[in-house]
Design a binder for this molecule. Structure first.
Ligand code: ATP
Length: 251
């Protein structure tokens, strides 16, 4: 397996607070990697630093390589053009625009690829999420939470990512919708899309992922095949115990 995304010595500081002191992380092509950890561990910060998004200039230091290229100096749109895309926790949809316009805007970043091929991409997204097709003329702000997450994921897929980073895709969704969402995520590698998944729902994340990382206080404290992490007593105690089962059931 080849490494698609790699960061070495990545640091992020918010003023005097060192959110990520020294991260080394590699994501393999064709695989789903997950990053689990408690609130405030630095998961979103790490995704934002990898994406080159939302952080003030100078906040982040260290090397980020994607598909063999040093992308550290590129902006978020430039990284997305190269195939590294992020679906943030906030979804960031255009609320007053219809579903379909939101999707078409997702293809816009791929200038060379929009036009005739974006119609095929749209049909692919509608095949994954038939509910979006039924609601294609509906304003995004009137969608349910689950539909909004489907739209955010669908819009990112319109950009034809090589690696899709997902920040808490299950947040606030009913268990049935979480199941649907994870079924779609599990199939992304079949379409040549690798995934870096940040999740508080550790049970669901470790079920769908090939490889897992535990982030605590800004440091990766454990990593390995997801199946091994599922059997690790510390992971079971801290992330897969009764309280996390309860969180999953009531999500
Ligand atoms: N813009 C910011 N300015 C200052 N501190 C920040 C900023 N964003 C995040 N932090 C701090 O950095 C730390 C990591 O936050 P981050 O949101 O990355 O964690 P997280 O693991 O994604 O948490 P959660 O699971 O609750 O979303 C936290 O202590 C947070 O308060």
């Amino acid at each position: 397996m080849s490494i698609l995304l790699e960061t070495t010595g990545l640091q992020v500081r918010y003023g005097i607070v060192e959110a990520l002191p020294d991260i080394h992380l590699a994501v393999e092509a064709g695989r789903i990697a997950t990053l689990i950890g408690p609130n405030g561990a630095g998961k979103s910060t790490l995704l934002n630093a990898l994406m080159g998004a939302l952080l003030k200039p100078g906040t982040s230091r260290g090397a980020v390589r994607f598909a063999g290229e040093d992308i550290g100096a590129l902006t978020a749109p430039q990284r997305c053009e190269r195939g590294l895309c992020l679906v943030p926790e906030t979804r960031e949809l255009f609320g007053s625009m219809p579903v379909e316009d939101n999707l078409v805007l997702g293809a816009y970043l791929h200038r060379k690829r929009r036009d005739r091929r974006s119609a095929d991409d749209l049909e692919k997204v509608y095949a994954l999420f038939p509910r979006l097709k039924e609601r294609r003329q509906q304003e995004a702000r009137t969608l349910s939470g689950g539909e909004r997450q489907m739209l955010a994921l669908g819009r990112a897929l319109m950009a034809r990512p090589k690696l899709l980073m997902l920040d808490e895709p299950s947040l606030g969704l009913a268990p049935r919708i979480v199941g649907e969402m994870f079924q779609v995520i599990a199939k992304l590698p079949d379409d040549g899309i690798s995934v870096l998944l940040v999740e508080q729902n550790a049970r669901a994340a470790l079920r769908v992922a090939h490889h897992g990382h535990v982030l605590e206080n800004g440091r990766i404290t454990l990593e390995g095949p997801a199946a091994d992490l599922r059997d690790n007593p510390r992971v079971i105690d801290t992330y897969l115990g009764l309280s996390s089962t309860h969180r999953e059931e009531t999500a």
